[in-house]
Design a protein. Sequence first.
Length: 203
Amino acid sequence: MEPFRTLTALAAPLDRTNVDTDQIIPKQFLKRIERTGYGEFLFFDWRRTADGDPNPEFELNDPRYKGAKILIAGKNFGCGSSREHAAWALSDFGFRAVIAPTFADIFFSNAGKNGIVLVRLSEEQVAELMRKAQTMAEYKLTVSLEEQTVTDSQGFSATFEIDPFRKFCLVEGLDDIGLTLRHEAALDKFEAEHDAAIWLKAK
């Protein structure tokens, strides 16, 4: 997992509330066995018309937001089922951070385990960022996880809270496997001693 310390990037607006995980990655794409390649299907039912063509009315199809790594969304983002594929799709599409007033709890956990920083700001602050992203060309934000701040070049500045353990994992780039491997030597020692004890009992 790629460490996250400070990110300055283009911000894209998604002015919708209660965006659920079936909208983030529709259920028909959950049959895939890989953990990669889901970005192509992110917000598929919104991004595509019934004929499969790009929907010109959908925000993320606007060329102004091509390459955005920060998503600004409405409250209760990530509600619905607990599918981890939603985090995989956002990450594979290129998003490293999502800013919203509130997030669903299980999605919040899944996103953090996949290297995505979820930033909770007030509804007023999110509305300001949303407006700027919608009206200003090449609107960029800086998300500093180390300082727990969100800033822009026009004077906006806000702080956000994050669980210290989640922050540590994101800054160090550690998912569940990475955390386990930090104790690899101790695990190897335990297994060797355990195997030796079993061998002695069998004698």
